[in-house]
Design a protein around this ligand. Structure first.
Ligand SMILES: C[S@@+](CC[C@H](N)C(=O)[O-])C[C@H]1O[C@@H](n2cnc3c(N)ncnc32)[C@H](O)[C@@H]1O
Length: 264
């Protein structure tokens, strides 16, 4: 199965995606950058349309919003919400964000919530966003620290078993790397706003957050492994997590960077 198909299947199966947490963490991007009435907005990887719908209210009927995604089932949910809210200024397009090629200088704002790390070529996607953004426009996206979701423990457990698992959150996992990639793509006025949403978990719960098999990375070597090998990795992961236990439990980092950058 191709990487793209894996992503499509994974998100098409998540028709229960919407809840208070997924809505709030996405629309928090508007705390840092908001479009004005009359403006033109692109929501990349719109999913169930949480950002697109909010943006549509903000740009009003004189403005317009395009939401793009590859998960048909999530787009159907977004479409239902658009209909229920009677919004006439949102268009949804089923297209791979990496192949989407709008005319230059088209958008005043480009949003991408909880998705940028899923694009295998981040410099290329940033370059494309820069190209189709108007001068004076902004991009706003979220990414996670490299150790969010216990990622480094999963990577370490794999390494102990001779498996190199690329860390999905590595390329944009520190403020320095975010700054570097955005500068390379010619963006300026870069703002990085960290929000810590982590919590302490019981040992059992932290050990159950083994998501190595759902690591949606283009080069995930775990796909090819036999169940017995996966069991060995899981055992190493449990050891890693046990070593992190404190009196309060195991710290489960969820450090989200809310990033805004401009073409100015
Ligand atoms: C975690 S969800 C985020 C959805 C939405 N942005 C939000 O925050 O509520 C990730 C989304 O990225 C989409 N996605 C992943 N790769 C994509 C690609 N190459 N092109 C378009 N959408 C993609 C998935 O289909 C899914 O809807």
């Amino acid at each position: 199965m191709t990487y793209k198909q894996e992503i499509i299947d994974f998100y098409n199966a998540r028709t229960n995606y919407d809840n208070e947490a997924t809505l709030n963490r996405a629309i928090a991007l508007f705390d840092y950058a908001t479009p004005c009435p009359g403006q033109s907005v692109l929501d990349v990887a719109t999913g169930t349309g949480n950002i697109a719908l909010k943006a549509a209210q903000k740009v009003d009927t004189s403005g317009s919003v395009i939401g793009i995604d590859i998960a048909t089932e999530l787009l159907k949910i977004a479409q239902q919400k658009i209909k229920a809210q009677n919004l006439s200024n949102v268009e949804l397009i089923e297209v791979d964000a990496q192949a989407y090629d709008p005319e230059p200088d088209k958008f005043d704002a480009i949003y991408c919530s909880y998705a940028i790390v899923l694009f295998p070529n981040i410099p290329k996607i940033l370059e494309n966003w820069y190209r189709c953004l108007k001068f004076g426009g902004f991009i706003a996206f979220t990414c996670s620290s490299e150790n969010s979701y216990l990622a480094l423990s999963i990577v370490k457990a794999c390494a102990k078993n001779g498996i190199t698992l690329p860390n999905l959150h590595e390329p944009l996992g520190t403020p320095e790397r975010i700054q570097h990639l955005l500068t390379q793509a010619k963006f300026n006025q870069i703002e990085i706003h960290p929000r810590q949403m982590g919590t302490y978990l019981s040992l059992e719960k932290a050990q159950s957050r083994w998501n190595g098999q759902f690591w949606l990375h283009t080069d995930n070597p775990l796909r090819q492994l036999k169940p017995e090998k996966i069991c060995l990795l899981k055992a190493s992961y449990d050891d890693e997590i046990a070593a992190l236990e404190t009196e309060q439990g195991v710290w489960y980092e969820e450090l989200i960077y809310y990033v805004v950058a401009r073409k100015a």
